[in-house]
Design a protein around this ligand. Sequence first.
Ligand code: F6P
Length: 340
Amino acid sequence: MRIGLLTGGGDCPGLNAAIRAVVKQALGEYGHQVIGFRNGWKGVVDGDVIQLDRSNIRNILPQGGTMLGTARFHPHSAGAMDQVMATFEAERIDAVICIGGDGTLNAASKVAEQGINVIAIPKTIDNDVWGTDLSIGYHTAVNIATEAIDRIHTTAESHNRVMVVEVMGRHAGWIAVASGIAGGAEIVLAPEEPFDIERIVKFLRHRHRAHANFSIVVVAEGAEPAKGSAMDYEVQLGQFGEIIAGAVGERVAHEIQERTGFDTRLTVLGHVQRGGTPTPTDRILGSRFGVAAVDAVTAGKTNVMTALHNEEVVLVPLEDIAGKVKPVPEDLLRVARVLA
Ligand code: F6P
């Protein structure tokens, strides 16, 4: 069997663990061949391929990023489905494993509609892929954001400042809520709960008068003010749903400074959250998903995604996932609220 493999969308730590697991399981357990496509679906359209064997995957487990490269490119939107099918035919591809977030998985189900066997593996530091408890990359991103908040804490306290920390999370506030709880933030703003700047200001004034002279406010990049509330701001998304980094953090920091008079600073963590060494949890998750994907391909499964359900790896239909976002559940949002 000749299996195509690609990583699409934004990179994250743990992708190389999944690539390595796919190659090891495919070659070692079943004697399949693995054809890697460089730079996601773009590489499929361009016929940019690399045959993967054990020498390609040596030492990649602890490395961040993806040894295959990635791109935000969707062949169906680019009108390039014919080239996709032509490359698969030229490379004699029997099935494709694609590792990606919502955009890549959406493209995967479009390709599956053309009769190609497709297995998807979820990855995104945002952890918002529907149908899985965890996506590759999230655990590492939360670690990085928590460490950053710990560091910001000491300087906030020394200077008696309000420190606004903007973290990634376009449609869901998983990183903001998790790192906010773990880092002991006073306020966490997530897309799931539109905020009221006046309530934030009231809280900060009270805290600085009665308790402490510094505060940490963690803001997900996709957080928005409640409709009709005092702050007038709307999240602007680009062609692929990308956000203008720092935009909401800057507005929130500005409003806090203006309305309270407290010395306020903004830190935008940005792509730092997507870089570097994956945590053991992400390496293990990538490895488990990679092995499960090859097993699924070999069993003739198609149009499914590997997913973690209550500690177990299962397969879920891709059509159940397309177009959905997994929001932070109420109980987790509540913990962030209660501890603020
Ligand atoms: O999808 C993951 C993500 O890191 C989002 O949190 C963020 O909004 C976006 O990607 C940034 O995309 P890019 O790397 O293309 O700027």
